[in-house]
Design a protein around this ligand. Structure first.
Ligand SMILES: O=C(CO)COP(=O)(O)O
Length: 124
């Protein structure tokens, strides 16, 4: 199954290396997609894979999660890959929860860890 046309990529700080490696490993599949990302994540992904079509939004704590939530609500993002750090308290935890809630409300595929993200890009 081909990937959806538009994907959001987000990684908390402790997971950004993992996201950059994930993007590199799956660069061929991601080439077919428009990618939205929170600010710092987008910069890391673009640096790792300069050929990818990455649109960076605001950094997560400054509203980036909410921007991606709005894109899900308007049907402009149809898959979410979000490498969450479960061991660090976040000042914008409510934004993170709101984003996950919208992904559930609009029933888009959502991966919150590497294992699930690999399944999604493999079409599983
Ligand atoms: O905080 C984030 C998601 O909640 C990620 O934001 P950055 O990609 O800007 O670090």
């Amino acid at each position: 199954m081909p990937l959806p046309k538009t994907i959001a990529l987000i990684a908390h700080d402790e997971k950004k290396d993992e996201m950059a490696e994930f993007a590199r490993r799956n660069e061929a599949a991601l080439m077919a997609c428009r990618i939205f990302a929170t600010g710092t994540t987008g910069g890391r992904v673009q640096a790792a894979c300069p050929e990818l079509d990455v649109t960076p939004l605001k950094s997560g704590p400054l509203g980036g999660d909410q921007q991606i939530g709005a894109l899900i609500a308007t049907g402009e993002v149809d898959m979410l890959i979000f490498f969450v750090d479960p061991l660090t308290a976040m000042p914008h935890d409510v934004d993170v929860k709101a984003l996950m809630r919208l992904a559930i409300v609009y029933d888009i595929p959502m991966a919150l860890n590497l294992a699930t993200a690999e399944l999604l890009v493999a079409g599983g």
